[in-house]
Each structure stands twice: as C-alpha cells, then as structure tokens.
Design a binder for this molecule. Structure first.
Ligand code: ZN
Length: 285
C-alpha cells in the first residue's frame, strides 16, 4: 500500500498483536510447567463488528452463567485491565479502584469458552504461526444478560455446545451516532450442535497439551472462585494509586495537546477489540 504526501504510511503500532501492550491486571489460571498462579492469561473473548461465523465451544455446566462485578480500565497504554470489585453493591462503600476511576464496577455474566478462530501474527518471532483453540472468558454485559439467560435455557447446558458467533455492525441513529446495543463485544451466538465429552476430549487433546493442562481440565470452565478471588485491600490501593497517577498523566498530556492545538487523533477502535490479542494463551500448530 502506498500513501502520497509527507505523512507516509501509518505509524507502526506498538506492542503485541493488535498493537496493544499486554494488560497489567488480568485474570489467569495455573497450568502445568509454569510457576506462579499467573501462568496463562484468560483473555476476554471479543470480536470485531461485521465479523461472522467465528466458531466457539462453551464449557460451563448447566444453563446459568456465573456473574461478578468487574472494573475494566486502561492503564499505562494497555487496555483490558480487569479487577474484581469486592464491594459491588450500590450501598457498599466503594473500593479503592471505584474511587480512583470515579466509577462503580460493572456487572458481568461470565462463561468459559474455547475460541476456535485461527489467527497468525503478522510480525515478530511468531509471525506466520497459526494459533487456535484458546481458552477465554466471555464477559456478558448487563444489557445482553437477559438474552444469554434465555440462550442458556434453550441449550439447557452450555457444556460442549458449539456456536457460530457473528457481530452485526452498530445501528447508526439519526444523529449519526453509533448505537452498540444490538452489537455486543462478544457477538451474537448461534447454536450449531453439541459435542459429547468424548468428542471434546478427542477434539482438544492437542490444544490441551500445548496449553499445559490435562484435556479433562481443558474442556472444563475456569475455576471462577479462584480466578475472580478479590485482591487484598493493599493490592487494590496500589492499583488505585497507579490509576490515579496515570489519569493525571493523561489529563496533563491532553491539556498540553489542547494548548498546542495539535489535534491529531487515534482511530479509536477501543470498542471492538480483536479476538486473540497475543500468543500468551494460544496454542500453536
Ligand atoms: Zn470497586
């Protein structure tokens, strides 16, 4: 691709696949051969608006999704930072992160899935490798909650249910504003078929080995009580301090930019981040 003029090509995007540095705070699960509890990041499953037929397999038993309150925030240039809020109720005293963000945590329904989409990094040491079958968390927003509850009732048990996921483009209102209500980040799930436990085991044996987990565990939902265990008050205070410092840095940069009048601009693609951000939780073939 060529660009005329002094602007040249778009500036390179920094960091990992998708141009985003790894989040500083995330949910993770323990796997064999890796020390510490933070061995594998459980990424949130998201697809771009307009994408169609991304195959996934749900893992939760029964029809009811798990739920918890999560703070999601950008920090030091990284998106998708996530922390469980230990005091979600409106009447609970806000946690340090609530205070730093000046925002209460959002309710999230949670399902564990295996993302079967394939992707390859275009640059870096793993360029050209194909990644697929990644364990992820589908975080359901409160607006989409009822439709996923209904879907859960329809499929009876999520475990082993295969879906094709598509995400419509947002509706555009008369005022020209995009309305994302009908286009959740996790897309719309169309049930395709179920896989038996034996099928799941056969299908994901290789992926499980690559991930470092016995296949019997790989086809099970994440251990929510463990991965969503709230951090200690001291840990939350430290995170809140980082957020406060970062917010003031952002504000100072913004003020300087306004003063200097160099509008510039980002393409602001925060809403529809890609599925499969980096290779840390993926399996390579
Ligand atoms: Zn909070």
């Amino acid at each position: 691709m060529g660009y005329r003029g002094a602007g040249g090509p778009p500036p390179p995007r920094k960091g990992n696949f998708g141009g985003r540095p790894k989040p500083l705070h995330y949910f993770s699960e323990k796997v064999k051969g890796k020390s510490g509890p933070e061995a594998k990041i459980l990424r949130p499953f998201k697809i771009f608006a307009g994408k169609q037929d991304i195959p996934i397999v749900a893992l939760d038993h029964g029809s009811d999704p798990y739920s918890c309150y999560i703070h999601a925030f950008a920090l030091k240039g990284s998106l998708d930072n996530m922390v469980v809020c230990p005091s979600p109720g409106e009447d609970d005293p806000p946690c340090p992160v609530c205070i730093a963000l000046n925002k209460r945590a959002f309710w999230n329904g949670v399902l564990s899935i295996i993302d079967r989409s394939k992707w390859s990094p275009t640059e870096g040491k793993n360029a050209g490798k194909v990644y697929t079958d990644t364990r992820k968390l589908a975080l359901i927003g409160s607006k989409s909650g009822p439709s996923y509850e209904e879907l859960g009732r329809k499929v009876k048990s999520w475990h082993g249910y295969c879906f094709d996921v598509s995400r419509p483009e947002p509706a555009v209102g008369e005022d020209g504003k995009k309305d994302w209500t009908g286009s959740p980040k996790i897309g719309l799930w169309f049930p395709v078929r179920t896989m038996s436990r034996e099928e799941l085991k056969t299908e994901f044996e290789k992926a499980a080995v690559g991930y470092g987990m016995p296949v019997e565990e790989f086809i099970e939902p994440a251990n929510y009580d463990l991965i969503f265990k709230p951090k200690s008050l001291d840990q939350l205070k430290a995170i809140a301090k980082d957020i406060a410092a970062d917010l003031s840095a952002v504000k100072a940069a913004q003020a300087a930019q306004d003063r200097d009048g160099d509008g510039g601009g980002d393409d602001g693609d925060g809403v529809g981040a890609a599925a499969g951000d980096d290779d840390s939780s993926a399996i390579s073939y």
